[in-house]
Each structure stands twice: as structure tokens, then as C-alpha cells.
Design a protein around this ligand. Structure first.
Ligand SMILES: [Zn+2]
Length: 80
């Protein structure tokens, strides 16, 4: 009975310290981002045309640039 309680207490302690450590990491990251030291927000590297004006390849369903004749994916029936 006592050992069961001990294990339970140990589990609670582990969970508690784990949560504390996790929160600390989150806070550190948030602070670093505020200072501009953290990971920069993702900037789109592809041109705007890539994100909005994509058309679906009629053959395989892959999104391609509208001026592309085919998606160019190997095995695509529309290729070439
Ligand atoms: Zn295709």
C-alpha cells in the first residue's frame, strides 16, 4: 500500500517537474522571439504566383503553375 502511494507520488512529481520544464522552455522561446533572437517567422520564398494562382494538373491532381503545360511529375500521363 505504501509503495503504491510512493509510486503515485513519484509520478505526480515527475509530471509536475516535466510541466514546469516545458513551460520554462515555452517562455524562453517566447522571450527570444520578442527579442528577435528566436526562429524567424516563416517567410514565403516562392513567388506569390506559386501560392495563389496554382492550377490542378488534370491528369494527376498535382498543383502546378498555370503557364505550365504539365506538372512534370514522373509518371504523370499529361507530361510532355
Ligand atoms: Zn500531372
Amino acid at each position: 500500500m505504501f509503495s503504491k502511494l510512493l509510486v503515485l507520488a513519484l509520478l505526480i512529481a515527475v509530471a509536475w517537474y516535466g510541466m514546469k520544464a516545458y513551460r520554462r522552455i515555452q517562455e524562453d522561446r517566447a522571450r527570444a522571439i520578442k527579442r528577435g533572437e528566436g526562429p524567424a517567422p516563416a517567410k514565403p520564398k516562392t513567388p506569390a504566383v506559386m501560392s495563389e494562382d496554382m492550377v490542378k494538373c488534370t491528369a494527376c491532381g498535382v498543383y502546378v503553375a498555370p503557364d505550365a503545360q504539365a506538372c512534370g511529375k514522373p509518371g504523370c500521363p499529361q507530361r510532355g
